[in-house]
Design a protein around this ligand. Structure first.
Ligand SMILES: NC(=O)c1ccc[n+]([C@@H]2O[C@H](COP(=O)([O-])OP(=O)(O)OC[C@H]3O[C@@H](n4cnc5c(N)ncnc54)[C@H](O)[C@@H]3O)[C@@H](O)[C@H]2O)c1
Length: 353
């Protein structure tokens, strides 16, 4: 989806983006401010970064509120639309403080839903494909109830997000707010954190550093990868839709790749000579992931447009730039690391999938 294709109304809105300083949230804030809306970004900076929204802080249509959504929001906060993206999304981050992750999903989401009720705001909840757990159904449709371990180390996130969905649909059924729920599948792009432990950031950073690429299990497990601008286009469409779908909607890219295929692609684009190093599978790691996006397509005419190989290029360039900047901040590091690391070679021709 191109920027000019985004469904934009002429009306300027007051939009609150919780988690707006994170990876997805900052792209969303940027898009909304660009469309002339007034955006309040609420973020605790647990995993987000000021750098992600630095360019927006000069705009008089952008307000940054440093706040944990588990705490009551100031009475003065108001909005026409609320996007709730606040929650650490990568396993090492959401597992670092699992109780807080669960509270963010439940108490935090409830605080924002109460705000939506008070302001009469439309509400969009960023849920996740993790609600399907290690799925027994493939690809995953929205009517599949999932296969989740409620007591494992991923449960704070998976079950937290499931509980948040429950709250959302209870508010909707009770007529307390116009609530919409999107289930986001693996999304990638510039502004992911190098240390977030997600598969694309891991492999790209390792390839750029000339280190062995960490692949878990046999590498034959599959994932699907959606480029960030495609995803943001989906969120905006879902929020803008006149009729509430009344059910969750999957957003992701149905192209399915094994982790080995992804690793090969990363090696090819970076020109890295890194090797691949196999490690044991983490607990409850799903074997297959692919969204069924029929519902999003039927309701909003939405489908992703950026193939993996195209989205990987700007993502890799961004990581390479960040790596160079980080090195410049450490005296002497540039000289020490003058090998292949961080030097992005000219893109090579890679076949489209
Ligand atoms: N990126 C993906 O592939 C993906 C997939 C599925 C779902 N999601 C969902 O999308 C949302 C955004 O994900 P992301 O990839 O941008 O992650 P992220 O970690 O980059 O962003 C999350 C943001 O929320 C903030 N935050 C966390 N807890 C908070 C709290 N209690 N109060 C206020 N702010 C808080 C963080 O500081 C960060 O800025 C998350 O809710 C995540 O569950 C993302």
């Amino acid at each position: 989806m191109k920027r000019e294709d985004f469904p934009v109304g002429a009306v300027m809105k007051r939009v609150l983006v919780a988690g707006g300083a994170g990876f997805l949230g900052s792209h969303l804030c940027e898009y909304l401010v660009g469309q002339g809306h007034h955006v309040t970004c609420v973020d605790s900076f647990a995993t987000g970064s000021l750098n992600n929204v630095k360019a927006l802080t000069g705009s008089n249509r952008f307000v940054l509120l440093t706040q944990d959504i588990c705490d009551p929001l100031p009475e003065s906060v108001t909005a026409d639309e609320i996007y709730n993206l606040a929650c650490a999304a990568s396993p090492p981050h959401y597992q670092a403080d699992p109780v807080h992750t669960m509270m963010t999903c439940v108490v935090g989401t409830n605080n924002l839903l109460a705000l939506a009720e008070r302001c009469g705001a439309r509400f969009l909840q960023a849920s996740t494909s993790e609600v399907y757990g290690d799925p027994e159904q493939h690809p995953q449709r929205e009517d599949y109830w999932g296969h989740v371990n409620p007591t494992g180390p991923r449960a704070c996130y998976d079950e937290g997000k499931r509980a948040a969905e429950t709250l959302c649909f209870d508010y909707l059924r009770a007529g307390r707010a116009d609530v919409r729920v999107v289930r986001i599948f693996n999304t990638y792009g510039p502004r992911m954190r190098p240390d977030d432990g997600r598969i694309i950031s891991n492999l790209v950073c390792q390839a750029l550093a000339g280190e062995p690429l960490t692949v878990y299990g046999t590498g034959e497990q599959t994932r699907s990868f959606c480029y960030v601008t495609d995803l943001i286009g989906g969120l905006v469409r879902m929020m803008a839709a006149k009729d509430n779908p009344g059910a969750p909607v999957n957003f992701g890219n149905p192209g399915e790749f094994t982790i080995n295929e992804l690793a090969e692609l990363v090696l090819k684009i970076t020109g890295s000579s890194s090797t691949i190093s196999l490690h044991p599978l983490p607990t409850d790691d799903p074997q297959r992931r692919r969204p069924d996006i029929d519902r999003a397509h039927k309701l909003f005419g939405w489908q992703p447009e950026i193939p993996l190989v195209e989205g990987l290029r700007p993502t890799i360039e961004w990581f390479a730039r960040e790596t160079r900047k980080a090195r410049q901040r450490i005296p002497g590091a540039a000289r020490l690391a003058a090998g292949s690391a961080g030097r992005l070679p000219e893109p090579v021709a890679v076949p489209r999938h």
